[in-house]
Design a protein around this ligand. Structure first.
Ligand code: MJ2
Ligand code: ZN
Length: 262
């Protein structure tokens, strides 16, 4: 699909901690969300996410994370409202996680780390026709971030967990249908923080309206352990477990993080 964003992903390599700060980058992600410094914005609207599970196409290991990709050639999976002026199309979702439950998320809340973080990547289909165009533009992308905590088993996630052994190695891909990404959103999506930032993976373009959910979701220890059974490496290489695939927090550089709640 248009959003397979292979070119975006191809610049990545597994143990990428990458450049700490992009030269001239003053809108980099992820960041620490210092709650006391966030600013309530009463103009922020409720988020409206509409997803069609039938448009789920494949799941693949890109050597950095695993991506679940959707058909983004029509407006079947849309995100609007919240801080967004335009309509955005879901192209893929993926996760970041640690080797232990003590860390793994990209964003932090008052320096608190979570064991993992989900990213639902959308591109601005009101202004652009392809993901590849949008990814280079200031208002091109909208990414929803959801923190994961270890607790009870997430029933909706299990179908995805069961598919992971088939994509253990880098560049492996399997058909994956009828998965509702909405089942991974927390019950309350009205409470979120939002700021302007970047991709957290190369090319780190500063084209993202970040929408980070206040409420986390819970997954079981065993489900997260299957994430960690994935490999950064291809079948021919020496095996490296796919863990710690997160970027370190970047300087806020004077940006304001707005909250949709008081
Ligand atoms: C387009 C895109 C691809 C990937 C692998 C990761 C991101 S992120 N972490 O900035 O949400 C975005
Ligand atoms: Zn991500």
């Amino acid at each position: 699909t248009a959003c397979s964003s292979k070119y975006v992903l191809s610049q990545m390599h597994p143990m990428w901690q990458g450049p700490l700060v992009v030269p001239g980058g003053d809108r980099q992600s992820p960041i620490d969300i210092a709650v006391r410094k966030t600013v309530f914005d009463s103009e922020l609207k409720p988020l409206v996410a509409t997803y069609d599970p039938q448009t789920c196409q494949q799941i693949w290991n890109n050597g950095y994370s695993f991506l679940v990709e959707y058909d983004d050639t029509t407006d079947k999976n849309t995100l609007k409202g919240g801080p967004l002026k335009d309509k955005f199309r879901l192209c893929q979702f993926h996760f970041h996680w640690g080797e232990s439950n003590d860390w793994g998320s990209e964003h932090t809340v008052d320096r608190r780390l979570f064991p993992a973080e989900l990213h639902l990547v959308h591109w601005n289909s009101d202004r652009y026709t392809l993901f590849e165009e949008a990814v280079m533009e200031e208002n091109g992308l909208a990414v929803i971030g959801v923190f994961l905590k270890v607790g009870k088993r997430h029933e909706g996630l299990q179908k995805l967990v069961d598919a992971l052994p088939a994509i253990r190695h880098k560049d492996s891909i399997v058909e994956f249908n009828r998965f509702d990404p909405g089942c991974l959103l927390p019950a309350n999506i009205d409470d979120y923080w939002t700021y302007h930032g970047s991709l957290t993976t190369p090319p780190l373009t500063e084209s993202v309206s970040w929408i980070v959910m206040k409420q986390h979701i819970e997954v079981s220890h065993d489900q997260l352990a299957v994430f960690r059974s994935l490999l950064f490496t291809s079948a021919e290489e020496v095996q490296k477990s796919m863990v710690n695939n997160f970027r370190v927090q970047q300087p806020l550089r004077g940006r304001t993080v707005r909250s949709s709640f008081t």
